[in-house]
Design a protein around this ligand. Structure first.
Ligand code: PLP
Length: 411
C-alpha cells in the first residue's frame, strides 16, 4: 500500500477546530470535502472580529468603521486577483458562489451573445449548476445545448469535443475538476478549441480551486467561477473572473444600489467594474473572512499538499478494493482530484451512507447534482468519499474497515 508523504497533517488539523470533535461516540471522519470544506480558525475568528469590531456598510460611508470594512472587503479582491493570477483586481466580481457566477454570465454575456440557432457546449460531467442556466438561456433564445461526451472511465473525448464545438458555438462551459468523478479536464486544450471557433469559455473551478493552483492567464479562460466554501472559506460567497473587454461590454446582472453611477427616473448610468456587477449590500463579513482562507491556502506548501491528497486517493482506492473487492470505482481518469466515488452491487448507496454515519464517518451519497453522469453510467448514485489536506491514512483505514462491515450488514 502507498503511504502519505511527509506533509505535516497534524499541524494542519490543529488549524481546523471542528475536526477535534466526536460524533456518535467516534472521532469525526470528515470525507465530504467536495460538498464543502471545513474552515480554519483564522476564517472563523475573522467573521467574529468583523461583527465585534467594525461591522459597517461599505463603499458609501465616511466614518471609521465604514472605511475599515471597505478596506478589508477590498483586500479580499486583491487576494483573489493574486490567487487566480488575474490581470487586474477589477476583473474579480464577488458573487453568491459558483452557481450565481454561472447564472450571472448566462444572463448577461449569454443574453448578449447567443441568438437563435446558436450553440452552447457543455460537457457530459457538468454539475447541474453548469447545465440548467445554459438550458434556460437556450430555451429563451432558441439556441441549442450540445454535450461533449465522456468515456465509461469518466474521461472527456477531445476528438469529439473538436467535432462538438463549431462555428455556431458561442459559449463553452466546462468543469475543471468533476465533483462526482474527480476527473481533471484538459481545460486549456478545450479553451484553445473554443477560441479557434470564436467561442468564449467559462471554467467551473468550484472543485479545482481547493486542490491545485489556478492561473486564468495561463489557461486563457474568458470566465472562471468558484465558491469560497469549497476553499476553506465561508458559505454563500464566491468569485467570478472575467476577461476585461467582455465584462466591460456586458450589461449589468441586477439593478440596485452600488451598481449605478447616476440615477434619475428617466435614465441610469452604470458604475465601473467591478461594482457594475455588485448590486446591493454584499455579504461583507464573509468576503472579508474569505481572504483568510485564500491566505491559508497560499501559505501551504502546495506541491506537498497536492502530493498528500494524491497519496490519500491512491491509498483509499487500494483500501476500498481490499476491503470490498466487489466495489466499482466510478471515475477512473488518470488525472483526478482526491475524490473516490464508488458503487457496491447489491448495497444501496444511501444505506451505506447512513450506516457509516453511525461510526462518525461523513460521506456523501446520491447523484451529487450530476444526474446526467449517473444516467450515462446507468447507476442511480454513488458513495463519494472526498479528501482534503487535513485527512489522514488512518482515517481511510478506519473507513475501509467500517465500510466492509456496513456492506455485510446491508447485502
Ligand atoms: N460546480 C461544481 C463542480 C460543484 O462541485 C459545485 C458544488 O458542489 C457547484 C458547481 C455549485 O457550487 P455552489 O453550490 O457553491 O454554487
Amino acid at each position: 500500500m502507498t503511504t502519505a508523504t511527509a506533509f505535516d497533517v497534524a499541524a494542519i488539523r490543529a488549524d481546523f477546530p471542528i475536526l477535534a470533535q466526536q460524533l456518535n461516540g467516534n472521532p469525526l471522519v470528515y470525507f465530504d470535502n467536495a460538498a464543502t470544506t471545513q474552515k480554519p480558525a483564522s476564517v472563523i475568528e475573522t467573521i467574529d472580529e468583523y461583527y465585534r469590531s467594525y461591522n459597517a456598510n461599505i463603499h458609501r460611508g465616511l466614518h471609521a468603521l465604514a472605511e475599515r470594512a471597505t478596506h478589508e472587503f477590498e483586500l479580499t479582491r486583491t487576494a483573489a486577483q493574486r490567487f487566480l493570477n488575474a490581470e487586474t483586481r477589477e476583473q474579480i466580481i464577488f458573487t453568491g458562489g459558483t452557481t450565481e457566477g454561472i447564472n450571472l454570465v448566462a444572463a448577461t454575456y449569454g443574453r448578449m451573445a447567443v441568438g437563435e440557432g446558436d450553440e452552447i457546449v457543455v460537457s457530459a460531467m457538468e454539475h447541474h449548476s453548469n447545465i440548467v442556466p445554459w438550458q434556460m438561456l437556450c430555451q429563451e433564445k432558441k439556441a441549442r445545448l450540445k454535450v461533449i461526451p465522456m468515456s465509461d472511465h469518466g474521461v472527456l473525448d477531445l476528438d469529439a469535443a473538436a467535432q462538438t464545438i463549431g462555428p455556431r458555438t458561442k459559449v463553452v462551459a466546462v468543469v475543471y475538476a468533476s465533483n462526482s468523478l474527480g476527473t481533471v479536464n484538459p481545460v486549456k486544450a478545450l479553451i484553445e478549441l473554443a477560441h479557434a471557433q470564436g467561442a468564449v469559455v467559462l471554467v467551473d473551478a468550484a472543485q479545482a480551486a481547493g486542490h491545485f493552483p489556478l492561473d486564468v492567464q495561463a489557461l486563457g479562460a474568458d470566465f472562471l467561477v468558484l465558491s469560497s466554501h469549497k476553499l476553506f472559506g465561508p458559505t454563500g460567497i464566491g468569485l467570478l473572473y472575467g476577461r476585461r473587454a467582455l465584462l466591460e461590454a456586458m450589461p449589468p446582472y441586477q439593478g440596485g444600489g452600488e451598481m449605478i453611477r447616476d440615477v434619475s427616473f428617466e435614465h441610469t448610468t452604470y458604475n465601473e467594474l467591478p461594482y457594475k456587477f455588485e448590486a446591493g449590500t454584499p455579504n461583507i463579513a464573509d468576503v472579508v473572512a474569505f481572504r483568510k482562507a485564500i491566505e491559508y491556502v497560499e501559505a501551504l506548501d502546495r506541491p506537498a499538499a497536492h502530493a498528500h491528497e494524491q497519496a490519500l486517493l491512491a491509498h483509499a482506492t487500494e483500501a476500498l478494493q481490499a476491503a470490498v473487492p466487489q466495489a466499482r470505482v466510478i471515475g477512473q481518469a488518470a488525472d483526478k482530484i482526491s475524490v473516490l466515488s464508488f458503487v457496491v452491487p447489491g448495497a444501496h448507496h444511501q444505506d451505506m451512507g447512513i450506516l457509516l454515519d453511525n461510526y462518525g464517518i461523513a460521506v456523501r451519497t446520491g447523484h451529487h447534482c450530476t444526474q446526467p453522469i449517473m444516467d450515462r453510467l446507468g447507476i442511480p448514485g454513488t458513495v463519494r468519499a472526498s479528501f482534503s489536506i487535513y485527512n489522514t491514512v488512518e482515517e481511510i483505514d478506519y473507513f475501509a474497515q467500517k465500510l466492509q462491515r456496513v456492506v455485510k450488514m446491508v447485502q
